[in-house]
Structures are given as C-alpha cells and as structure tokens.
Design a binder for this molecule. Structure first.
Ligand code: BES
Ligand code: ZN
Ligand code: ZN
Length: 461
C-alpha cells in the first residue's frame, strides 16, 4: 500500500473545523439548528481530542469538527484517518498560515502511518487535501522524514544488517546526488577506525563506516553522526530477554540522521553536509571483544572495556573523532545510547547534551516553535572521574550506577574538539504504546526541532 501522502487539489473535500475548546460554545451558537440538535441529542461532549461529523439535509457528511488538545505537548489527531470513511477526503478549514494548520495536518499524516512490509494493512487511511503548494511541500518533507526514520527502526535486524543499512544509505545518497563512501571490515583497521572494528568484528556481517557528502563546498560544514548498531545483543555481557527484545532499534540514531539528511537535501539548505554512521552488530562469537580488553581509538585514547554492552559510545568515538578532523562548524549526533536517559526523562523527551549554551538556546527556541520537545542535560565535568581506568586512558562505563546518560555523554565529549560546537541527542526511537499520532513502534524524536534549528542557523543569503 505504501505511505500516506497529502492530496493536492483534485477531489471534493469535506471541510474540517478545528476548534480550541474555549471557542466551542461560541461556535456552537452560530450553527444551524439541525446541527445543534444533532450534537446535543447524539451526546457529543466537547473535550480535547473529540470529533464529530455533521451531515447535510440529505444525510451526507458535510463537515467534521475536531477539538484541539489543551496543551501543545499533545498531538491533535488521534485515530481519525482510520475511523473516517475510507474513500473520504478532508481539508482543514483553517488559514494556511495558522501554525495549527501545519501541526494538525502533520498529526494526521503521522497517524496514517502503517508499517506494512510484512503484514497487509486492513484499510487505507482517509485522505487529507492540502491545496497550498508550499505548505504541502513543507508537510511532505517533514512527514517523509518521519516515515523513513520509522521504517528503518521498524525493520528487523535480519533485513537491516550493516549491509542492509548500507543499501538504504546508497539509495538515499543516489536520490539526492550525494557522494557516498563506505569503509568495510579489515579496511577499518587500515583506515584507523579501531573501535568501530572491535565492536563489530564478531558479526557475520562486517562492520562498516558509512559516509555521505552533499552540497556546495563553499557552504558552512555541518556534520551529522548516528549510532548504527543494527542489533545490540549486549555482546559477551549479554542482555537479558526483556531488554534485548527491541534492540533492532539500536540503529535509531542512524535512522534519525538519515531522516534529517533527507530533509536538508530536499530543502536544499545552504550547507556542506557530511553524514557519518558506524554500522555494526554487537554480536557474540569467538571473535567478540571482551570485558577487560583494552581497545585503541582513532583519537589515540585507549579504552578499557568495563562492559561490552556500552558499545554505542565506542563506535561513536571513532566517528566523532573523524568528524572533528575537518573542523566543521557544527556536529550533531543522534544515538539510542543509554537506558539511563529514559529513566531520567521517559521515552518521549530526548536528552540533549551540548558544549555551547548559545547553540543549545537556539535549538531550544526552534524546538518550542515547532512543538517538538527536548530537554537539556548537563555535561557535568565533576563526573568525568567516574570514567577512570587503572590501565587505560578511559573506561567505557562509569564506576557508579548513577548518572548513566551523563557519563555516556562525557565519554563522547573526550572525542570532540572543545572549540567545535557539538550537540548530542540521546533518543529512545520507539513508542512503547500507541499515543495520538505516535503509533506503537519506531519513532522519530526532535527531528523537526533540529531541522528548524539548522534552517535558522545556516540562513540563505
Ligand atoms: N542500546 C543500549 C541503550 C538502550 C537501552 C537504549 C534500552 C534504549 C533502550 C546501549 O548500548 C546500552 O546497552 N547501554 C547500557 C550501558 C551500560 C552497560 C553502561 C545501558 O544503558 O544500560
Ligand atoms: Zn549496548
Ligand atoms: Zn546499544
């Protein structure tokens, strides 16, 4: 069936009145008597998220009403695209410049998502028409990035190994005429990515570093880095069944930077974009790296392995070091890095670490302006000593069960040049249960926030 798409001008569409709850009674008073009677006698309750269909004298649906949630932290569309008539086509009765237009339409598109690679969808979602071409394009760019990120996260590790991810990578690069470069297997040693190699070497499918370059060489350099652990067994420090169950999503960081790169390239932002993904499987085997091993890194710092399940920071260490070598103007990484970030902020709020107050403030403003939440966590230098090792420069785990997401971020910080602004986003990439506009399964977080920030940070002349 493929993905939901916004419809352009073509069909008869049913208008959707979008109301703030506080405006409902005013609106009600202005309606025709038979509509008022219908709403009252059918027991319609005006509450955030509630909807009603109004019919004309012949009983045909004439208008839909949708009441917005009280807070901008909640999505307006719950199940509508799958509860309205399958062949229906709707259109928001709002000024296209009203920010609620974009938000409600995107919410519709996010709800209409269905991962149908292995199971046929039972029905098609109702259409939403967006007449304004520029608005439809902006909505499509955002929605397709979310769809790509969700699809990649939802795809099982068997079908999205480092090799499978490389295939998706090449197709993304091709679509946007970007240049693609891959370093695979033993070549990682020769090209000095020892940590990526160490984590991925036990897997049947060779580890690799995926690189994509796009844009005008004259433009400011922006580098995105994503954790691409295609499956995280925990390694020899094996995860128990519960925590391992969803570890196909451990390439969620890669899925996010691919979605974001697609947005940037499609919008033609004036940046010189580099995207890096270390793609590995953290597997068990006779070649697996072990607790107590000391591994080398691209930067030359040695790392004692306290736990083979803290693999994400190792592969990111080499990718971040490499990113710094060409002194970009900004580095942003996404990673499903720690369970601790979820303990601190829950699944829906990405934990953001940043070495520059100015950059974080700009990111936060952007996040607020597009209703895409995130929260800052500290790179508290006082906890750096938790990463000390007796026999190496660093340990890959903190020596305490506290502040796990912070020690992980501090570990990464060791591989980033101080003067390069860097943003690290620890995401969950998953909805544990279905919420409005957020179906259970793979999910994109902070994608629109970061895109908006980048758009403002690198303006067109
Ligand atoms: N991929 C996990 C982190 C994770 C777990 C993200 C669950 C989202 C949900 C990561 O590789 C990991 O296992 N981290 C360990 C680190 C620990 C061994 C220091 C963790 O968070 O428990
Ligand atoms: Zn792990
Ligand atoms: Zn992991």
């Amino acid at each position: 069936m493929g993905h939901f798409k916004f419809t352009s001008r073509q069909k008869h569409s049913i208008p959707v009145t979008v109301l703030q709850i506080t405006d409902y009674f005013n609106w009600f008073d202005q309606q025709a008597e038979h509509h008022q009677n219908w709403l009252t006698s059918s027991g319609f309750q005006a509450a955030p998220g509630s909807t009603a269909q109004l019919a004309d004298e012949k009983g045909r649906v004439q208008r839909l009403i949708l009441i917005l949630p009280r807070s901008d932290d909640e999505w307006p569309v719950q199940s509508l695209p799958f509860s309205l008539a399958e062949n229906g086509c709707y259109e928001l009765d709002l000024d296209s410049r009203d920010p609620q237009y974009f938000r409600t339409a995107l919410s519709w598109g996010m709800t209409a998502y269905c991962f149908d690679r292995y199971k046929k969808a039972t029905r098609k979602p109702a259409d939403l028409q967006v007449e304004d071409d520029a608005l439809r394009e902006a909505l499509t760019i955002a929605l397709e990035a979310i769809q790509l990120t969700r699809d990649l996260v939802n795809t099982p590790a068997e079908d999205l190994s480092p090799e499978g991810l490389e295939r998706c990578w090449r197709s993304l690069a091709e679509q946007h005429h970007a240049e693609c470069h891959v370093i695979e297997g033993e070549a990682l040693i020769a090209e000095r990515f020892p940590a990526i190699y160490a984590v991925g070497r036990a897997s049947e499918v060779a580890p690799r570093l995926l690189e994509l370059n796009w844009g005008d060489l004259q433009h400011p350099k922006l580098t995105l880095v994503g954790k691409g652990v295609c499956f995280d067994t925990g390694g020899l420090d094996l995860k128990p069944p519960g925590p391992m169950r969803n570890m196909k999503k451990d390439m969620g960081g890669a899925a996010h930077v691919m979605g974001l790169a697609q947005m940037i390239m499609r919008s033609g932002l004036p940046v010189r974009l580099k995207v890096l993904v270390p793609a590995v499987e953290n597997s068990i085997g006779s070649r697996a790296y072990r607790p107590g091993d000391v591994i080398n890194t691209r930067r030359g710092l040695t790392v004692e392995i306290g736990n083979t399940d803290a693999e994400g920071r190792l592969v990111l260490a080499d990718a971040l070091s490499y990113a710094c070598e060409e002194s970009p103007e900004l580095i942003i990484d996404f990673a499903t890095l720690t369970g601790a970030a979820r303990i601190a902020l829950g699944a829906d709020l990405p934990a953001v670490f940043c070495n520059s107050d100015r950059e974080f403030e700009a990111l936060y403003r952007a996040s607020q302006s597009v209703y895409d939440p995130l929260w800052r966590m500290p790179l508290h230098a006082g906890y750096r000593s938790m990463l000390a090792s007796n026999i190496a420069d660093l340990s890959n785990i903190g020596n305490s069960s506290f502040a796990g997401s912070i020690t992980a971020a501090l570990f990464l910080n060791e591989f980033v040049d101080k003067e390069i602004p860097w943003i690290h986003i620890d995401v969950f990439a998953w909805n544990e249960r279905s919420l409005p506009s957020r179906p259970k399964g793979g999910e994109a977080f902070a994608l629109r926030a970061v895109f908006e920030y980048i758009k403002k940070r690198f303006p067109r002349n």
